[in-house]
Structure formats: structure tokens, C-alpha cells
Write a protein that binds this ligand. Structure first.
Ligand code: NAP
Length: 487
């Protein structure tokens, strides 16, 4: 079966080239090329929003705001639930579309669609359980009543590495809270966002509640929206660098910010770990999305007693992975998102090798068409190499040997990031004790995958502010209102 014959329904890129989605209307346009990263070929073009389009989207969100805020929670919940069902029904099309524009393997894309849809189901449930509070003042002077109200219009900015899940992780809680939103997906992967907006329309999301716009001028367009006094929330997922810029911009109008930023996850393996389980976990933590994940294991710290066996086993598993276009069903490692991403990985690996590291598999970009970098394992990596400080965002596993608990805690925390960390040990007490001292918002204990819509996702240090998912995720889109009551 050829690539062309497999593409139909929501998976057809041409369907989503319709244009901006503002106030429930599709507005035709062009200007942003969407590329298949496995060939470099153009898939289609999407509309390029101007500042005026963005302000129209804010106006549409404002028009829809009162109606949506006053819609009973049960009704908002049922719409989200229908959206979840539609995503599930069209899961295979959505997965194909993700594999096409992002390049990730179909198995990863299917996993993403399931994960993404779950945010709608979870927040359909949470919409009806928004908490309040009632207290007596310690002095006995009055009663304290705390309500939670929707914060207002929210601008949602998402990256290309999880085109579906990063959007639903924001839209789900925002809509459940009663907010209206403007979603700006990444320019590399806009098709999935438009496809999901169509399903939202079908699910009954009223016009203007969700608006989607793509732009080649993200700074100009976002800054204009943040300067508009009707916008009260910015929820951003992306790099720490852009996050810092946006925090400064949002400060000008004191817009509330939730920030899900970069990571540099340590993956710690103690001598007493179950080797097979640690390798399975390492493959998930490193190779989900071919390493293009904020939670990706970026530094493997392996204790001396298990080090050589770990290197040998990981090398064998990485070398056996099948590389190819994401949409080919047998592919296990797809292309990187752009040629620039390949160049960055190559530079980090070359620098580590120049510093004394050795590639036990991979280690050089592939020369075929498309943006491919092979699964790579590096041993003997200097702890001060650039690859230990920067996000690799690719299929490269640098391994560092350590001896003591104190040493590995110091090395693991020696980074500006603090998103995720992984520990493998046969001694749960030790794993928890070390975990407590690691500076990270999320810990995988004898587990290579931690993401779950029911759990709070987020980081400490320069990995972000706030949490998405879980029971608290909805509060990122709400303001507490306190009533001092005498009676
Ligand atoms: P990015 O370059 O920071 O871009 C993220 C989004 O911000 C895109 O939509 C981008 O639009 C937009 N953007 C870029 N510059 C902007 C500006 N000045 N003003 C407003 N918007 C701007 O990140 P990325 O390369 O897409 O994604 C990879 C990064 O995301 C990694 O650092 C990864 O760790 C992080 N990430 C974090 C999480 C988490 O939950 N913590 C999850 C996933 C990814 P354009 O596409 O048009 O440039």
C-alpha cells in the first residue's frame, strides 16, 4: 500500500488546509508550509494569521465567554466527553496525521492520541467537581467562603513534539473551568490542531469557545494578544528560552502564566536494579517519540557494578530499532522534526566524542533523504560535556558511570532544569530517599513512563511554573474569589 492510498478522512492534510478557525468559522489562507520530515517534501500549506486575525480571535473568545461560563458544568462536561469519544473514534486518522507532520512512529502517535483524548475524558469528569471552601476565621469575626471562577480568556501555545496531547492538556481544563481559548499550535505541526478543532465542532463546542490560529510571526501575534486587556491567561508549553521571553511579555499586563518548559532528565540506575526492567524503562524513557520529549531521559547515570552490562544491553536494544518514516507501520524510530534538529544533535554528539566519549552504536546522522538520526549510545561521556547540560531532543543516550549515592544526587541536580527524573533500584526505600533529594517535579521509580492525565505534570527550577493534568490542573484556569460573610 502506498502512502497516498492510506491517507483519507481526518488524516488527509488537504482537509486541514482550510485555514484559521475563529468564532466558529473557517477562514481560508496560506503561507505556512507543512513538511513531511521523513522526506522533506511539502504536505500542504496552512493560513498565516496576522495580528488583526489574532485580535479577532480574542474578540470571538470574548463574545463566547459569558455564555460558556454560564453553561452548567454538566453540559460543559458532556461536550468534553463527546469530544473524547470523537477523538477515540477517529484515533487512527489522527495518529496517521501526527505521524505525517511530526514524523513520530505510528505506535507513538497512537499512544499520543489515546493520552490526548484522555485529557478530555478526565476534565469532563473534573468539570463537575470544581472545589470550593468554607471556613471559620480563627478570631471568630466572620465566615470565609471561597469560590473558584473561570480566569477568563486564555491563550494556549503548544510545541510540535506532542501536537495533540499538549493542546488537549490545556483545552480540557480550560473548557472545564469555563474559559474560552485561542490555541496557537507550532508551525511545524498545525494539522492535528485543526483536525481536533473539527472534532470539537462536531462534539458541540459553541462558536468562539475554541479558536485556532497558525502564524509565522509567533512573537508579534502573541504579544498583541497578551497586551489585550481581555486576555487573562497564558498557558505555554515549549522551550525554556521562549518561556522566559513570554513571562517577561506577560508581566507587562500582569497576565497569569502556566509554563511547561524544557527538561534534562537524569535516569539513575543503581547496582541493585533489575537490569532487564531498567533497560525496558530506559528504552521507553529515551525512545518515546525518538527522544523528542521534554521528559526524555537525557543523562544516564549508571552505578559501576552494573555499568558494563547496562551499556551492552542498551546498545543491543538501540541498534536493533527499525528506522523509517513514522507512518510506515514497522518503524520504531522516525525522523527528527527538522534538519536543524539533526544538526544540533550531531554537534552535541561530536562535542562529547571530542571530549573522550565513545559511540557504541550510531553516532553520525544518516545521509538518506529526510531528517534522520540513528539511535545512539555514548559511553565514557565527560560529566561537563554540553550534552549533559542541553536538551538533546533526539535518540541519543549518553551514559555516565558513578559510585556513590551522594555523587549521583549532586550530578543529577547539577542543571538549571527540574522536570523529570528516573530511578531504578531493587530497594524501594533507597529509591524514595534519593528521589526526595532530586530536584524534579516528577519522578519515575522503577518506571520509564510517568505521564498520566490524572497526575500533576510539571517541573521545578527553570522547567516551569504550575501543573497540568490531575485534580489541580483545572485551578490553573480559575481564580479564587473570597467572600467574607457575616451572619
Ligand atoms: P519552542 O520553540 O519554544 O516553541 C513552542 C511554541 O512557542 C511554538 O508554538 C512556537 O511557535 C511558539 N513560539 C516560539 N517563539 C515564540 C515567541 N517569541 N512568542 C510566542 N510564541 C512563540 O519549542 P518547540 O521547539 O516547539 O518544542 C520543544 C520544547 O518544548 C522543548 O524544550 C521541550 O522540552 C519543551 N516541551 C515541554 C513540555 C512540558 O510539558 N514541560 C512538553 C513538551 C515540550 P512556532 O512553531 O511558530 O515557532
Amino acid at each position: 500500500m502506498t502512502f497516498q492510498t492510506r491517507i483519507s478522512g481526518y488524516a488527509d492534510p488537504a482537509l486541514h488546509a482550510e485555514g484559521l478557525y475563529i468564532g466558529g468559522k473557517w477562514q481560508k489562507g496560506s503561507g505556512i508550509a507543512v513538511t513531511d520530515p521523513s522526506t522533506g517534501n511539502r504536505l500542504t500549506e496552512v493560513a498565516d494569521a496576522s495580528v488583526e486575525d489574532a485580535i479577532r480571535a480574542v474578540a470571538a473568545a470574548e463574545t463566547a465567554a459569558a455564555g460558556w461560563r454560564d453553561t452548567p458544568a454538566r453540559q460543559r462536561s458532556e461536550i468534553l466527553r463527546r469530544w473524547f469519544q470523537l477523538m477515540t473514534q477517529h484515533a487512527e486518522d489522527l495518529a496517521t496525521l501526527i505521524a505525517l507532520e511530526n514524523g513520530k512512529a505510528l505506535s507513538d502517535a497512537r499512544g499520543e492520541v489515546t493520552y490526548a483524548a484522555e485529557f478530555f475524558r478526565w476534565y469532563a469528569e473534573e468539570a463537575t467537581r470544581i472545589p470550593g471552601e468554607y471556613r471559620h476565621t480563627p478570631s471568630g469575626s466572620h465566615h470565609i467562603l471561597v469560590d473558584h471562577e473561570p480566569i477568563g480568556i486564555a491563550v494556549l501555545i503548544t510545541p510540535w513534539n506532542f501536537p495533540a496531547a499538549m493542546a488537549t492538556r490545556k483545552i480540557g481544563p480550560a473548557l472545564a473551568a469555563g474559559c474560552t481559548v485561542i490555541l496557537k499550535p507550532a508551525s511545524e505541526t498545525p494539522l492535528t490542531a485543526y483536525a481536533m478543532a473539527r472534532l470539537g465542532e462536531e462534539a458541540g463546542v459553541p462558536a468562539g469557545v475554541v479558536n485556532v490560529l497558525t502564524t509565522s510571526r509567533p512573537a508579534e501575534v502573541t504579544n498583541a494578544m497578551l497586551a489585550d486587556p481581555r486576555v487573562r491567561k497564558l498557558s505555554f508549553t515549549g522551550s525554556t528560552g521562549v518561556g522566559r521571553t513570554l513571562l517577561a511579555e506577560a508581566a507587562k499586563s500582569v497576565v497569569s502564566c502556566s509554563m511547561e518548559l524544557g527538561g534534562n532528565a537524569p535516569f539513575v540506575v543503581f547496582d541493585d536494579a533489575d537490569l532487564e526492567a531498567a533497560i525496558d524503562g530506559a528504552m521507553v524513557a529515551k525512545m518515546r517519540n525518538a527522544g523528542e520529549a521534554c521528559t526524555a531521559a537525557n543523562r544516564f547515570y549508571v552505578q559501576s557494578g552494573i555499568h558494563d552490562a547496562f551499556v551492552a544491553c542498551l546498545t543491543a536494544r538501540m541498534a536493533a530499532l527499525k528506522i523509517g518514516p513514522g507512518y510506515e507501520p514497522s518503524t520504531q524510530c522516525g525522523p527528527m522534526i527538522t534538519q536543524n534538529a539533526v544538526r544540533k544533535i550531531d554537534k552535541l554528539v561530536s562535542d562529547a566524542v571530542a571530549g573522550g566519549a565513545r559511540a557504541t552504536t550510531g553516532g553520525k546522522p544518516l545521509s538518506e533523504n529526510g531528517y534522520f538520526y540513528p539511535p545512539t549510545v555514548l559511553e565514557n561521556v565527560p560529566v561537563d560535556a554540553a550534552i549533559a547540560r542541553e536538551e538533546i531532543f533526539g535518540p541519543v543516550a549518553p551514559i555516565y558511570k558513578f559510585d556513590s549515592e551522594e555523587e549521583v544526587i549532586r550530578l543529577a541536580n547539577d542543571t538549571e532544569y527540574g522536570l523529570a527524573a528516573y530511578i531504578y533500584s531493587g530497594d524501594l526505600k533507597r529509591a524514595m530517599k534519593v528521589g526526595k533529594r532530586l530536584e524534579a517535579g516528577m519522578l519515575g521509580i522503577n518506571r520509564g513512563l510517568m505521564s498520566d492525565p490524572a497526575a500533576p505534570f510539571g517541573g521545578v527550577k527553570q522547567s516551569g511554573l504550575g501543573r497540568e493534568g490531575g485534580v489541580t490542573g483545572i485551578l490553573e484556569f480559575m481564580e479564587a474569589k473570597y467572600y467574607a460573610v457575616d451572619y
